[in-house]
Design a protein around this ligand. Structure first.
Ligand code: AMP
Ligand code: MG
Length: 397
């Protein structure tokens, strides 16, 4: 059976960035930068004071100097500092030509028209030099950078009112299953709530995509094909359920009848083995995820999330991973890679992974609390407590 690694490679090989758009900097949080950001101005834009105090020539200190000027933040760079004099200056104000140090106010005695400086200032002290942070022509952010608050602050400081970012993928969600009722309805006998659409919409948003819910699709070939036809109008179609080998599983056959070329079905993972990935004639990507709620979410994590990042042009295709140590033994048969929900705790310098005993593919209670999916390799048998395993971090630890 196809390995998870090979399946992810096939998915990523089918992904090309969708295109770009300009968005106002206030709307750009979390978006992926489309092109490197290159500074067309220096930061700071001018030599300026890092302190409230007195601008001086270091060579004139220590000593008592007449106060020849007062310069405040917002003043344009002005007259040179006469030799043997000081300028009163505020934080952020331009340092006058000739001055090479700023003595902080706390180290100076401000008397009538003159200032007493008892210690020698060193050259450059408390001066923020033009361009010391960013020089003209510097590449300050690479293409694909995810725009967080710091990146947006930098872009704003460099004068960008808007930025070019990757277009977010539109992702249709179709939930197959005769047993499903919409969230908020009371399930009748044999019915369950369609929780997958809600989970997938949240996962899509979190991955940077724009979800579009196509609703519940009956387990019936024509209805399945009709839903697929609608979903293929999006950049990506994600279905849940109906992708295994049961009599009521119509997704794979319906995809094939709709012209989708199937690039894999079934991956050697647990949970979530029956999973189909294909590309439609019009270019839309299709992921047929299993119906079990945890299988659907894990399948999304492993395959759909990296695809959405790639379509958006993000440089961060995969979740961060960290080595973790198993708190308890994990019983396992070789054959499939397991992705087990775990709580992570930092103990000294070590991350300890406490794998939930409830790992059933429908058990959402552990999914709701998990910090990470711990990866237990396909070839591994029983894994002892204390073994080091990779943890895919679902949130910052
Ligand atoms: P399937 O993959 O269609 O065989 O479904 C496997 C299991 O997942 C069954 O117990 C379904 O009832 C359940 N299931 C399927 N779709 C959903 C859904 N949208 N929300 C919650 N559970 C689902
Ligand atoms: Mg089903």
């Amino acid at each position: 059976m196809l390995s998870c690694h090979e399946a992810v490679s096939r998915v990523l090989a089918a992904c090309a960035p969708l295109g770009t758009e300009r968005v106002a900097i206030g709307e750009a949080l979390g978006r992926a930068l489309a092109k490197p950001l290159v500074a067309s101005r220096p930061l700071p834009p001018v030599d300026n004071s890092a302190m409230d105090g007195f601008a001086v020539r270091a060579a004139d200190t220590p000593g008592t100097l007449p106060i020849a000027q007062a310069i405040a933040a917002g003043d344009a760079p002005g007259d040179p500092l006469p030799p043997g004099a000081a300028a009163r200056i505020t934080t952020g104000a331009p340092v006058p030509p000739g001055a090479d140090a700023v003595v902080m106010r706390e180290d100076a005695e401000d008397r009538d028209g003159e200032v007493v400086l008892r210690r020698a200032a060193s050259q450059g002290e408390n001066i923020r030099r033009l361009g010391e942070d960013v020089g003209v022509g510097d590449e300050v952010l690479p293409a694909g950078a995810r725009l967080g608050a710091g990146a947006l602050a930098l872009a704003a400081a460099l004068g960008h009112a808007d930025v070019e970012v990757g277009r977010r993928p539109r992702v249709a969600i179709a939930s197959t299953g005769d047993e499903l009722v919409e969230v908020g309805q009371i399930p009748g006998p044999g019915q369950i709530v369609n929780s997958n659409a809600c989970a997938l919409a949240a996962q899509i948003r979190e991955a940077g995509g724009v979800p579009e819910d196509l609703g519940i699709v009956p387990d019936e070939p024509a209805a399945t094909r009709a839903a697929i036809a609608r979903g293929l109008g999006a950049d990506v179609l994600v279905t849940s359920g109906g992708v295994s080998v049961g009599e009521h599983d119509h997704v794979k056959a319906a995809l094939e009848r709709s012209g989708v070329s199937v690039l894999f079905w079934k991956v050697a993972i647990k949970p979530g083995k029956p999973i189909v990935f294909g590309v439609a004639p019009g270019g839309a990507l299709v992921f047929g995820l299993p119906g079990n709620p945890v299988s659907s979410m894990v399948g999304f994590e492993l395959f759909v999330r990296p695809a959405l990042r790639a379509l958006e042009g993000g440089g961060d295709l995969l979740r961060p991973r960290a080595p973790a140590v198993l708190a308890r033994p994990y019983p396992k048969k070789p054959g499939r890679a397991h992705y087990a929900r775990a709580i992570l705790t930092r103990r000294g310098g070590v991350l300890e992974a406490d794998v939930f005993p409830k790992q059933g593919s429908g058990m959402l209670s552990s999914m709701a609390l998990a910090d990470a999916l711990v990866e237990l390799g396909a070839d591994a048998g029983d894994v002892p407590a204390g073994a080091e395993v990779p943890a895919i971090l679902l949130r910052a630890i």
